[in-house]
Design a protein around this ligand. Structure first.
Ligand code: PLP
Length: 422
């Protein structure tokens, strides 16, 4: 640890009370060496690493329990079905959904938003209607709405941000009108970390009878997401960003909407009865889970949520805030480095550009030192355009990142600055 990190925040075990070194030992991949360097993984907004407990559960499932669910009347099928449905209950408790029936397993955030857009959206949106999104959105919360808008003859409206990356709430209020049929918002920006005041924004939309879809891909891993407190109409997140497996995610919806939504995909597992003339569908959640789902994924996600709850989401949030604060201090002292996204409410995402080097060069240079960051437009091209850049370099932190790692990244960045200034 450098002197600065000791004086600024006094070690890695600080106000949040998290023993980061003990925690790191639970993530086997973090012991890896990359290009003869210790591995520094700060690309957590893209995907998180997996604790041993999640890896073990996946291994056990395929070693000892594998069977298809809901259909087979045999021992393993019953066990797998039970584990899958228990995972649904686990998710419901984690997000404080009124009922586990409101938890639909999907492949991830992208599929969840597409599902809502193609069912609820198509049902609700007509020619001339407006869909309201924000400048902060990931492409996953833009493109699905564009597809619906094009199909239905509707219009996409966009809430602006200020130069810090904060949503303009006055503009939001002005944009909510009798033609607005859906509001779809990122809870936390993946590209610059802004935390959006979802409770307030839901309340204001609801006052005008407008439902709100929340992209929780970057909030669920970092803060308490309580469906009853947020009072959003739909909420979506991805398992792989919260220490769980890839290919599994969650769509939560309010009962009043799910009840009347048509199916998204047709196939096995979502029907009550089929004749060549007419198919009767299951109620939700089964109606929206056609085909064999990612059974192991749901069980792995439940194990990931156990892990998060064992640590405590509030502790996670507090630690990440400390790391963000420390990294912001360290990076700000680098000559020619400019941070993009300086909202007062921010998740542990640090997006930046260097005067001399393209983001891709930064990433390539850091990789030589065993450091994994992300560079590019972060699937948020409209936001990049608003910020006046084609892309950024992004370090995104998780509970296993230490201040020593922040120091290493900062040291490597200084090396890059020296290299390009030569
Ligand atoms: N929304 C946000 C804010 C994201 O950060 C991401 C992924 O980076 C997504 C949506 C898409 O998630 P997935 O690729 O897991 O479907």
């Amino acid at each position: 640890m450098t002197e600065s990190s000791q004086t600024a925040l006094g070690g890695n075990r600080i106000e949040s009370g998290l023993d980061v070194h003990a925690l790191r030992a639970r993530f086997p991949i973090l012991a890896k060496r990359i290009r003869d360097n210790s591995f520094v993984y700060v690309d957590n907004a893209a995907t998180t690493q997996k604790p041993q407990s999640v890896i073990d559960v996946l291994n056990e499932y395929y070693t000892d329990q594998n069977a298809n669910i809901h259909r087979g009347i045999h021992y393993l099928s019953e066990q797998a079905t039970e584990a899958y449905e228990e995972a649904r209950c686990r998710v419901a408790r984690f997000i404080n959904a009124p009922s586990e029936r409101q938890v639909i397993f999907v492949r991830g955030t992208t599929e969840g938003i597409n599902l809502v857009a193609q069912t609820f959206g198509r049902q609700r949106i007509r020619s001339g209607d407006e869909i309201l999104i924000s400048t902060l959105e990931h492409h996953s919360n833009i493109v699905p709405w564009q597809l619906v808008a094009e199909a239905q003859g509707a219009v996409i409206k966009v809430i602006p941000i200020d130069d810090r990356g904060v949503l303009d709430l006055e503009a939001y209020r002005a944009l909510l009108n009798e033609r607005t049929r859906i509001v779809a918002l990122s809870h936390v920006s993946n590209a610059i970390g802004t935390v959006v005041p979802i409770v307030e924004m839901c309340r204001e939309a609801h006052q005008k009878g407008i439902p709100v879809v929340v992209d929780g891909a970057q909030s669920a891993p970092h803060m308490k997401v309580d469906m009853q407190a947020l009072d959003c109409d739909f909420f979506v997140f991805s398992g792989h960003k919260i220490f769980g497996p890839t290919g599994i995610g969650v769509l939560y919806g309010k009962d009043e909407w799910l009840r009347d939504m048509p199916p998204y995909e047709g196939g096995g597992g979502m029907i009550q009865s089929v004749t060549f003339e007419k198919t009767r569908f299951l109620e939700f959640p089964g109606r929206f889970e056609a085909g064999t789902p990612h059974i192991a994924g749901s069980i792995g996600l439940a194990a990931a949520l156990d892990f998060v709850e064992e640590i405590g989401i509030d502790k996670i949030a507090a630690y990440e805030e400390e790391i963000l604060h420390y990294a912001t201090e360290q990076f700000s002292s680098i000559d020619g480095l400019r941070i993009l996204g300086t909202a007062p409410q921010k998740a542990a995402v640090l997006s930046f550009v260097l005067d001399e080097a393209h983001p891709h060069d930064i990433s390539t240079f850091l990789d030589q030192d065993g450091i994994a960051i992300r560079a590019g437009h972060h699937c948020a091209q409209p936001l990049m355009k608003r910020l006046g850049v084609s892309g950024t370099a992004r370090a995104s932190f998780s509970i296993y990142n230490t201040r020593e790692e922040v120091d290493k990244v900062a040291d490597s960045l200084r090396k890059i600055v020296r290299f390009f200034k030569r």
